[in-house]
Design a protein around this ligand. Structure first.
Ligand code: NAD
Ligand code: MN
Length: 505
């Protein structure tokens, strides 16, 4: 099979009526010609049809990845060659930035600035790993006697990479970039609600010179395609981002073949505002923390704790600003909060809010499905602030994955830490205080993979991203990720002049 020629791909618009699978360097229909539809959540309109991978297609993709890994040239190619190709991927993405942003907005309903930031980060991820791979290497260990020991980092093999719908392109980049940087082959399964930009990224990889079979993209149902990948003997690793229940299921099934597993799962991240914080900065950062991406973020700071002395002032300002958040045309620069991914997720969000009301909580603002003029057929939810909660409520303990924050006062540092850690999750967290000793003290006690101090966001290429507790394990977006796509091989050699006779026979 041949790879797609540069000129062909460049002429192809990103916006099409039909998108194909990518298997072994070719854009192909599914084996039974099945397709599924993807919609624009802001308007409810059909965007396109997408080839739906069958088990047979998934098998072909695994075999293509296997063949590329076992016999192909990618993993053996010099590091600077792989680095150059990753940079080429980034430069093609840069040249087609606006198209990528447009497609991501159409498929997800997210707002313009949100999509722009995420597409830019996806690009920077490839640039980051293009650089990072050059410095990724084994070590020489000090061992006694006339022995020399060094380690090699070898690519782990064929990786199944399963992507969620909330950051379709960025999550695909987080997974594909480090894996191919070290020489792995990948079979990527995008989320069925948002498959488009991952498919385009697969095409861009081919255009940039990634050899056939190294990057395969197989959209299709998780229960079928995802399941098949996770159960397959010739898949060496599964990297999954998604919900905690599916993550547990994947880990269990992956154990049958002892696949390497990394899991980025759900969260219920605390956001702690101390009385000595810059209150206005804390208000703005906390708004971003929950309402960014319409709250559909694993690291959404959805539990807001405010110290008693400033509780009233903070809540007053926070609610005022929440009321100012604009919902509407996602392509409009002035829109702050985009759509919800689908009717199902809208129902989930609304039922959480109703459960809070039934539990006796108070809705300070929002609390309903939103009706947005001109977007009546889309899925929208009012940015919602819930007070008067206790720590046993579902709305405080469970991930909602929508624009809903619970807010609670606390007395002192000790109580803040206790409340923050009273969660089965441990992904993100944020602290607001001008006292550096305090933020250091509290940061040391928080059970979470990420602590943001006076800072609205955390995910830059280079910063480790991943969870404690039931938020999963493994870190993405950083140097360490390269280790998670490699095995360490230890090589010991003897350099003495006298032959050794350890058994003494
Ligand atoms: P999901 O778990 O339903 O689906 C995630 C992916 O897994 C999809 O591609 C889906 O098709 C696939 N899948 C479903 N069932 C499968 C199975 N049995 N075997 C293999 N694959 C299967 O999650 P979602 O609704 O797409 O995403 C939202 C969730 O993702 C939230 O819980 C959120 O917290 C989490 N998330 C976590 C992070 C993180 O980095 N920790 C990032 C983004 C999203
Ligand atoms: Mn869609």
């Amino acid at each position: 099979m041949s790879t797609i020629k540069d000129s062909e791909t460049q002429q192809q618009s990103m916006k099409r009526n039909l998108y194909h699978l990518i298997i072994n360097g070719e854009q192909v229909a599914s084996s039974n010609n099945a397709t599924f539809k993807t919609f624009n959540p802001a308007t409810g309109e059909l965007i396109a049809e997408v080839a739906q991978a069958t088990k047979e297609d998934t098998e072909k993709a695994i075999q293509a990845a296997r063949h590329a890994f076992d016999y192909g040239k990618w993993k053996k190619s010099p590091i600077n060659k792989r680095s150059r190709v990753l940079n080429k991927i980034a430069s093609i993405m840069r040249a087609r930035f606006n198209e990528l942003v447009e497609l991501e907005i159409l498929d997800t309903g997210k707002s313009l600035s949100t999509a722009q930031g995420q597409v830019m980060q996806a690009i920077e991820d490839f640039e980051f790993y293009a650089g990072a791979i050059v410095g990724h290497r084994g070590v020489v260990n000090n061992v006694p006697g006339q022995f020399h020991n060094y380690t090699e980092k070898e690519p782990v093999g064929v990786c199944a990479q399963i992507i969620p719908w909330n950051y379709p392109l960025m999550m695909a980049a987080w997974k594909i970039a480090p894996a191919i940087a070290v020489g792995c082959s990948v079979v990527v399964k995008p989320a069925s609600l948002t498959p488009l930009t991952a498919i385009i990224l697969g095409e861009i990889c081919l255009e940039a010179g990634v050899p056939e079979g190294v990057v395969n993209i197989v959209p299709g149902p998780g229960a079928e395609v995802g399941n098949y990948l996770v159960g397959h003997k010739q898949v060496d690793k599964v990297a999954f981002t998604g919900s905690t229940p599916i993550g547990k299921n994947i880990m269990e099934r992956a154990s049958q073949t002892l696949k390497r597993v990394t899991l980025e799962l759900g969260g219920k991240s605390p956001n702690i505002v101390f009385a000595d914080a810059d209150i206005d900065a804390a208000v703005d950062g906390s708004l971003y923390g929950i309402f960014y991406n319409s709250g559909q973020s694993c690291e959404a700071r959805s539990r807001l704790y405010v110290q008693e002395e400033v509780y009233e002032e903070f809540v007053g300002k926070f609610v005022e600003k929440t009321k100012k958040l604009q919902l509407g045309n996602p392509f409009d620069q002035g829109t702050h909060v985009g759509a919800i991914i689908d009717q199902n997720q809208l129902n989930v969000i609304d039922s959480y809010v109703k459960s809070a009301i039934a539990d006796g909580a108070e809705i300070l603002v929002g609390g309903k499905v939103a009706v947005v003029e001109g977007y009546e057929n889309g899925f929208w939810y009012e940015p919602t602030v819930i007070a008067n909660v206790n720590h046993e409520m579902k709305v405080v303990q469970e991930e909602i994955f929508g624009p809903v924050v619970v807010i609670m006062p606390f007395k002192d540092e000790k109580e803040a830490v206790k409340l923050a850690n009273d969660s089965e999750f441990g992904l993100g967290s944020a602290l607001w205080s001008k006292d550096a000793a305090r933020t250091t003290r509290v940061a040391n006690q928080i059970q979470a993979g990420i602590v943001m101090v006076n800072c609205p966001f955390s995910a830059f290429p280079g910063t480790p991203f991943g969870g404690y507790k039931q938020s999963g394990f493994g870190r993405e977006l950083c140097i360490e990720t390269l280790d998670l796509y490699t095995e360490t091989k230890s090589i010991v050699s003897y350099y003495g002049s006298r032959p050794l006779n350890p058994l003494g026979v």
